[in-house]
Design a protein around this ligand. Structure first.
Ligand code: TYD
Length: 214
């Protein structure tokens, strides 16, 4: 496909939202995108109309209607399938760029490493949901657990954020493993947002320069 799928991922509190905001301004002016290509900024869960409803069911439910682990896995996969069909694939086919706040790695980290669901099954489900689309570049914003908890102290946690430290540690190990296996770009996100932005800009420029050399 002609376009480009760029993903930001990491544990809660890693600063994805600020960096997505920064990149949505910087990327179109960076000289990295081909002329005429548009940038679509999106997220999982919740990148489509149906996905917004699924996000609500996943994250802001009463205890009574909270999904069990397997249900949770299937809802994230459903959100992704809809996102691929309605947003990501059509944009890629036009040659546009997509910047996504989370993608399929989050399911391996949270539902696989965090909830301890079977990784082989999750990967099969990933193949079904993504329909042959994979991220071209994933930036992993690596932040320490204590820093993540400190940053989120004053905020209202959603259902998954409320899981606590042990869960977050397992999820973080998942991201560590994925970054290694899938050649993600690791960004140290323990620092102030402008420094993280600078690091991301440099990493992307290097990445595309190396592509040209090859
Ligand atoms: P996110 O949108 O990053 O939270 P916020 O609104 O605070 O920025 O992600 C929502 C939550 O969903 C987050 O705790 C991680 C979780 N999640 C999974 O558990 N599995 C997944 O596959 C995805 C995409 C997200």
């Amino acid at each position: 496909m002609k376009g480009y799928l760029l993903v930001l991922d990491g544990i809660d509190g890693c600063g994805k939202t600020s960096q997505i905001n920064h990149l949505s301004n910087w990327l179109p002016r960076s000289g990295l995108m081909p002329k005429g290509a548009k940038l679509h900024v999106t997220k999982e869960p919740g990148g489509t109309h149906l996905g917004t409803a699924l996000r609500q069911l996943l994250l802001n439910t009463s205890n009574e209607s909270a999904p069990e682990s397997t249900t949770e896995l299937l809802l994230y996969a459903a959100d992704r399938a809809q996102h691929i069909s309605q947003v990501i694939r059509p944009a890629l086919e036009k040659g546009d760029w997509i910047l996504s706040d989370r993608f399929s790695g989050s399911t391996i980290a949270y539902q696989g490493y965090g909830r301890k669901l079977n990784i082989d099954i999750i990967e099969t489900l990933e193949a079904i949901a993504t329909q042959g689309v994979s991220a071209d570049i994933t930036l992993w914003l690596k932040v320490g657990i204590e820093e993540s908890l400190r940053r989120r102290k004053a905020t209202n946690n959603d259902r998954i954020e409320a899981e606590g430290k042990d869960f977050l540690e397992k999820v973080s190990l998942g991201f560590e493993a994925l970054a290694e296996q899938r050649n993600w770009i690791t960004i140290c996100a323990n620092q102030e947002a402008p420094l993280v932005s600078q690091h991301i800009e440099n990493a992307l420029k290097n990445y595309f320069e190396n592509l040209l050399v090859i």
